[in-house]
Design a protein around this ligand. Structure first.
Ligand SMILES: Cc1ncc(COP(=O)(O)O)c(C=O)c1O
Length: 304
């Protein structure tokens, strides 16, 4: 996905020009991965722009920072205002991606993060689709998902993503669109940057938080949609073999939204086309982000 530069970035309390949003090469986070971040989407609708589940994303950012003992010296309300203002001063009206990052900056040398200042920056820029929306071909990765006992899955931390980068390299080099992790106990975990759901005989399943997943905000939205649609749903450990014989499978994520999985390790999922239940959930999700579901309007924050 290309980054489309905009005019302003918000950095450490100020709006600065895109080209001036820089850090030193001795920035702690660059060497040790000591940063936490978020991925948020804003959707155009009715001539306005709406940020999807903004409060939930900011709360997760603050919780990720808490795990790594970084002080975010802004409240949820303050960061909400900053993000809305950032979209406005960049005059963004199209589909956008918003990337806040809290990280350890230039300070002392060495692993101890407390000698380095905590910095914060937020970028917002126009985007298109992350994965091929019609459906993807995936592989299970030979890399296991980092277990929560080694690196907390609840934190969306920069360093944790090296595990995902390894899986992504393996997937693309072998001709797949995306990788799925198996956790340390042999159960399905999640995609390199998405949560996963499977459907078997009309029942929907997703791996639990104990399978070292990031608790996705799209995952949570989909769980609520499933309940609204009235399907049976279980959050339970899932075997790799269950993925091979399921009727439908799909990814969820801010970037991936709802992406059907059509092939796993060269085995066709269901009939090789996006499944009926997947499409039903996807359509419901798209109605929510298009402001067509008043019950879920509180998930959308109006920009203008
Ligand atoms: C590893 C991982 N799992 C799951 C997700 C999905 O989370 P969300 O729906 O909050 O974007 C993401 C994307 O942020 C991710 O990077």
């Amino acid at each position: 996905m290309k980054i489309q530069p905009v005019e302003y970035v918000w950095m450490d309390g100020k709006f600065v020009k895109w080209d001036e949003a820089k850090v030193h090469v001795m920035t702690h986070a660059l060497h040790y991965g000591t940063g936490v971040f978020e991925g948020i989407r804003a959707y155009p609708s009715n001539g306005n722009l709406y940020v999807f589940r903004l409060k939930d994303h900011i709360e997760r950012l603050i919780n990720s920072a808490k795990i790594y003992m970084m002080d975010v010296n802004y409240t949820v309300e303050e960061l909400t205002e900053v993000i809305l203002e950032l979209l406005r001063i960049n005059k963004l009206k199209e589909l956008c991606y918003i990337r806040p990052i809290v990280f350890k900056g230039l300070g002392e040398f060495g692993l101890n993060p407390f000698g380095s200042p905590t910095q914060i920056a937020i970028c917002a820029f126009p985007v298109g689709a992350y994965l091929e929306k019609g459906g993807v071909s995936v592989c299970t990765s030979s890399w296991r998902r980092t277990p929560d006992v080694s690196m907390p899955s609840a934190a969306k931390a920069c360093g944790s993503y090296l595990n995902s980068v390894l899986a992504k390299i393996e997937a693309v080099q072998n001709g797949y669109d995306e990788a799925i992790f198996i956790d340390i106990n042999g159960y399905l975990s999640e995609g390199a940057g998405e949560n996963i759901f499977i459907v078997k005989k009309g029942v929907i399943y997703t791996p639990p938080v104990s399978s070292s997943i990031l608790e996705g905000i799209t995952r949570d939205s989909v769980i609520k949609i499933i309940s609204e649609l009235g399907y049976s749903f279980f959050e339970r450990p899932i075997l790799r073999s269950e993925l091979y014989v399921c009727d439908e499978a799909f990814f969820t994520g801010t970037a991936a939204e709802i992406t059907p999985i059509l092939k796993v390790d060269n085995r066709i999922v269901g009939n090789g086309k996006p499944g009926k239940i997947t499409n039903e959930i996807k359509n419901f999700f798209f109605e929510i982000i298009s402001c067509k579901k008043p019950k879920y309007q509180h998930w959308l924050t109006k920009v203008y």
